[in-house]
Ligand binder design. Sequence first.
Ligand code: DAH
Length: 352
Amino acid sequence: MPLPDAAAVASQIAAFEAELAQSKTSRDASAVRDRYLGRKNSVVASWMQMIAAAPADQKRAIGRFANELKQAIEERWTRYLETSTQIDRPAGAVDVTLPGRLPLLGHRHPLTIIRDQLEEIFTRMAFTVVEGPEAEDEWHCFDALNMPEEHPARDMQDTLYLASPLPGDSASDHRTLLRTHTSSMQIRYMQAHTPPVRIVVPGRVYRRDDLDLTHSPAFAQIEGLAVGEGLSLSDLKGTLLEFARQMFAPTLRLRFRPSFFPYTEPSAEIDLSCRQCEGAGCAMCKKTGWIELGGCGMVHPAVFEAVGYDPERYTGFAWGIGIERIAILRYQVEDIRLFYENDLRFLEQFPY
Ligand code: DAH
């Protein structure tokens, strides 16, 4: 079947109207409706299937045409029901052969679907899901993470500061802000618990960024933290590899690229092998064969000292990855803004 376009939409609508006009009984009309709108093997259903099979750069266009057609046919069907003279039954009688009108079913937002999957995967690896405040203070967000006032890494984050102190915050010398990363929750959790620690922290973070194809001033991360005796870099690598395989594909490869974060030593950037081109190089991975997912490393002793853990006794690993990033890779959506616009034509493509 050729790919749907505006002309195909118009001709399907015309064909639907013609068939409807020719049907003599409401049973005939229902059959016409089913051929176009039925859940299986109908014209609309086969267009919907084409969305899944289409190349990534055509999904949106096809999705748009498919939804346009669906809406147009539904509209004409409703109008037909309202105006048809029901020739096969006495006036006023109820036509029990008419299909029931299905209520629209709500479903989860694609980012919620991904977040739920992340929580499930890490829960199965014995991590506990915890959440923390989005309005934070500088100490939890920076100082305790080995980023003192004059630390150059503090400039890397373009922070949104809040005008007033947090309720109940006695340490009023700490400015308040919208957390720039979920790493602040590492500190809050360790302050309140003794090792061993195994947590993941999904949640929203904020940065002074403009909204464009790949950036948003508010987005979501999932932080991970494990602390115990004898944890090593290979535990970190094994955990993230298992996560990536569960989330994407068993054949996926993971690369750790040396990097720097003040709260980990050593630190690494986490790269995934690109599924789109299998490493050959495409637009999605900027021709490198790898896609950056986030940062990770072994918890810095200074962080343990800030929360009163003994750095001689305990070691730990941590990571922070972007949830939108994962959704973009999973669903091959190239524009982050689509996740925030609440356009039903987009959202209805993730009906689970
Ligand atoms: N906080 C970093 C960010 O926002 C990500 C990150 C890097 C988190 C290394 C970590 C880590 O826990 O160990 O980009």
